[in-house]
Each structure stands twice: as structure tokens, then as C-alpha cells.
Design a protein around this ligand. Structure first.
Ligand code: URA
Length: 443
């Protein structure tokens, strides 16, 4: 190795800019095991406090992207658009916007993740469809995209190994919430995944990594710059995660709500947000102005073409299309339990992370990295922030196979809700749009 890791740590500790070579050597040495976790941790903490210059963040991102396979999608004709959410509760948007984009003629060849902590993951949700395969090999993946215009699979084994190792280390060394580290982690994966255009859905609020709009915009601006510098058209929407999105939380419950929304019968908040996300994917792929793309996205729902696209993808990846066309056929949890309002009033706020944890406690998420999940467990929310309820009204219905889980999940859910005597204003759904042309605040 060319550098002494001690000198690199000391340089960043003292606020010096690291060279391109130092950054590439660090990533290479850490992935191949030459640099131990304790030295990598020290450097991460120094980055956490000292930050990084634009050039350093780009070097870190590209060195991480190149630490494993760089997927080449050029064998698939047309413009490929990816979409990434920074993670949330009830966030089933990929299941809706990817089929809309594909129905409007854009190719979606997407790798998604599993649930993490209190947040759900698209791969787990898709696997709640009986038979659906998320482990397609490269040829199968390309074939499905060529045939249907859309495929969503799990991340291949050797995509950004540097991020896998660094993310696990950050998780246990209190170095997750750093803009250079989050931006490089997300963008290295998106750049390695090979799409021409990238739409970022940066969540803000109590259920998100970034709790304030200003921090979310700063993260989005960094990620858009990274994408554009890597030659990908990149845009970000800052969206609300101060309240769960839609009504359903949990794997097959979210697929059911996604199908409803694709049929034009979804909840208002979710429908509004997915139209903007889909329109921005189409705009990135040069399908027209945002207004024109919004109209295209609406049409794809109204004429059923987006719904058919989802069914085509499910069929092509081995899934049972019967449950997609008739969601009553999805397996149901053995038991349900009604959470009642303990008092009358307005719902003033929902700690969205707490709602996500309640769903995990019912079995919808993993308590540890490899624990199994229950595909039909979760929560259907009946009253959200801003709603008026009377004591005894239904706030939510919990679903689980084990009745013994309801008491603690109910306690967690209720402790996440605050009531107020006076009417409460709901948050906007969209806060800002960040693109190569600059940042446009919407509120
Ligand atoms: N998601 C990622 O992939 N990486 C982060 O650092 C945070 C969220």
C-alpha cells in the first residue's frame, strides 16, 4: 500500500483535504482487509466532524462504486431510469411509479433493497407475492426488461462491497448521519447499478434519516451533483415522512395498497406523491415538461396500462398474477386487533419511526439482520395527523399471526401519537425539487 493509514486519519482529523489517491487506496485497502475496522472507524469519525470537499466526496463515491461490479445496461435499448428513496414507513412508491414509467415507454432495470430498521424494503414487499423471484441472474434480468420494459430485483452480490462494509461499520460507530457519507453510500450504489437517469426521493421528518427540510435539501444537492458529475441525469424530490405514506404498513398490505393506487383507488396523499415521482422519472428521460409528464402518468393509471405493466413484471418474474388482479387472494394474517382512540381530539403528530417499529414488532420487519418476516403482518391506519377522532374511534387495525404480539405493538403505536384539542395543519407532501438547474422550494 502506498499510503500510511495513520497519516490519512491524522490529515482528516486536522482538516486537510485528502488526495484522490489516498481515498482510492483507503477504499481498496478496506475492502481487501488490509485496513482494519478500527482505523476505518477513526477515519469515518474524522470525516463526520471535518466534512469533505466536493472533490473528495466525488472520489469517495466513485471509488466505492468501482469497488465491485459496475452494471452495464447498454445492451438494453432505450433510456433506463432508476429511482431511489432514502427510506420510510409505508413507502410503497417503487411498486407504483416503476410500472407507470414503464407503461409510458421508459425502461426500468432496478435493484432494490430489503427493509432496514423501522423502514420497509421493496424486495421484501415483492417477495410477498407468491412465487415472485427477486434473485434473477443478469441474463434473466435483462430478458425481463427487454420483454416487459421493467424488472425489479435484489442487489447482486458484488455491487459496491465497499458500501456494504462501511455501512455496517457506520451503523455501530455513530457515523451514519453525515452528508458526505450518506451521499456517497447512496450514489455509489446508484452509479454502479448502471441507469442513465436517477430520481432521488429524499424523505424528511420523524420517519426519515434527515429530520429537517434544510438538511434534506443539502443532502439532495450533494447527491444530484454526484450523479451529474458521473454523467447521469439526476433529480431529487424532497418529500414528507413526518407521517406514514398512505394507509398500509407491512409487506403484502403495501402491495395491496399499491395495486389499489394503480387502479386509481388509492389514498389521496399516496396518489399525489406517486404522480409527481413518476412524472419526474419521465421528465428525466426527456418525455416532456413536468406538466406533460404528470398528464402522461395520470393517463397510465386511468387507462389501466400501468396496472397491466405491474402484472406483466410479476408474471415474468415467476409471481402469481392472480393475487395482483384480485388482492383478496393474498394470504391474510391469522388475527387482527383494533387500536381505539384513548381520547377525543385532533391527531397533532405521529412519530413515524415509532409506527414503523410497531409494524416490525408485529412481524412485518426484521428484529435482527437475518430473522424471518411475516408477509401479511402490519398495520392499516384509519386516522392520521390532522384528523379529528372521538374517544373509542378506530385509529388503526393491527395484523399478526401471533395474538400475543398485539399488546406491546399497540402500546408502541399509541405512544407514537400525540393529540391536540385544536385543529392541526397537515404537512405538505412535497417540499422541494433539486435538479442540475438548481433548487426550487415548493413551500
Ligand atoms: N441509505 C443508504 O444506502 N446509505 C446511507 O448512508 C443512508 C441511507
Amino acid at each position: 500500500m502506498l499510503m500510511r493509514m495513520y497519516d490519512v486519519i491524522a490529515a482528516k482529523r486536522d482538516g486537510r483535504e485528502l488526495t484522490t489517491e489516498e481515498i482510492y487506496d483507503f477504499i481498496k485497502g478496506y475492502v481487501n482487509g488490509e485496513i482494519p475496522d478500527y482505523q476505518a472507524s477513526a477515519l469515518l469519525m474524522a470525516i463526520f466532524f471535518r466534512g469533505m470537499s466536493e472533490r473528495e466526496i466525488l472520489d469517495l463515491t466513485m471509488s466505492m462504486a468501482k469497488s465491485g461490479d459496475m452494471v452495464d445496461l447498454s445492451a438494453i435499448e432505450g433510456i433506463k431510469v432508476d429511482k431511489h428513496s432514502t427510506g420510510g414507513v409505508g413507502d410503497k412508491t417503487t411498486l407504483i411509479v416503476a410500472p407507470i414509467a414503464a407503461a409510458c415507454g421508459v425502461k426500468v432495470a432496478k435493484m432494490s433493497g430489503r427493509g432496514l430498521g423501522h423502514t420497509g424494503g421493496t424486495v421484501d414487499k415483492l417477495e410477498s407475492i407468491p412465487g415472485f423471484r427477486t434473485d434473477l441472474n443478469r441474463e434473466e434480468f435483462f430478458d425481463v426488461v427487454r420483454k416487459t420494459g421493467i424488472s425489479v430485483i435484489g442487489q447482486s452480490g458484488n455491487l459496491t462491497p465497499a458500501d456494504k462494509k462501511l455501512y455496517a461499520l457506520r451503523d455501530v460507530t455513530a457515523t451514519v448521519e453525515s452528508i458526505p457519507l450518506i451521499a456517497s453510500s447512496i450514489m455509489s450504489k446508484k452509479i454502479a447499478a448502471g441507469s442513465d437517469c436517477i430520481l432521488l426521493d429524499v424523505k424528511t421528518g420523524s420517519g426519515a434519516f434527515m429530520k429537517t427540510v434544510d438538511d434534506s435539501i443539502a443532502l439532495a444537492e450533494e447527491m444530484v451533483k454526484l450523479g451529474e458529475n458521473a454523467g447521469r441525469r439526476t433529480c431529487a424530490l424532497i418529500t414528507d415522512m413526518d407521517v406514514p405514506l398512505g394507509k398500509n404498513i407491512g409487506n403484502n398490505l403495501e402491495v395491496i395498497e399499491a395495486v389499489k393506487t394503480l387502479k386509481g383507488e388509492g389514498p389521496e396523499d399516496l396518489t399525489h406523491e406517486i404522480l409527481y415521482l413518476a412524472a419526474n422519472m419521465l421528465e428525466l428521460a426527456d418525455k416532456g415538461s413536468e406538466e406533460e409528464c404528470l398528464a402522461m402518468a395520470r393517463r397510465a393509471i386511468d387507462d389501466g396500462s400501468a396496472m397491466n405493466k405491474l402484472a406483466e413484471m410479476v408474471g415474468a418474474q415467476g409471481g402469481d398474477t392472480g393475487v395482483i388482479f384480485d388482492t383478496d387472494k393474498f394470504e391474510k394474517a391469522k388475527h387482527s386487533y383494533v387500536v381505539k382512540a384513548p381520547q377525543s381530539g385532533y391527531i397533532a403528530s405521529m412519530d413515524t419511526e415509532g409506527c414503523g417499529i410497531a409494524s416490525v414488532m408485529l412481524g412485518a420487519g426484521r428484529e435482527t439482520l437475518n430473522s424471518p418476516i411475516n408477509m401479511s403482518a402490519g398495520i392499516i391506519i384509519e386516522a392520521k395527523t390532522g384528523d379529528r377522532v372521538e374517544a373509542g374511534d378506530t385509529l388503526a387495525v393491527l395484523y399478526a399471526d401471533d395474538e400475543g404480539l398485539f399488546a406491546s405493538a399497540e402500546k408502541k403505536y399509541l405512544s407514537s401519537i400525540r393529540f391536540a384539542a385544536e385543529p392541526v395543519k397537515r404537512n405538505p407532501l412535497l417540499y422541494a425539487k433539486v435538479s442540475a438547474n438548481g433548487t426550487k422550494r415548493m413551500v
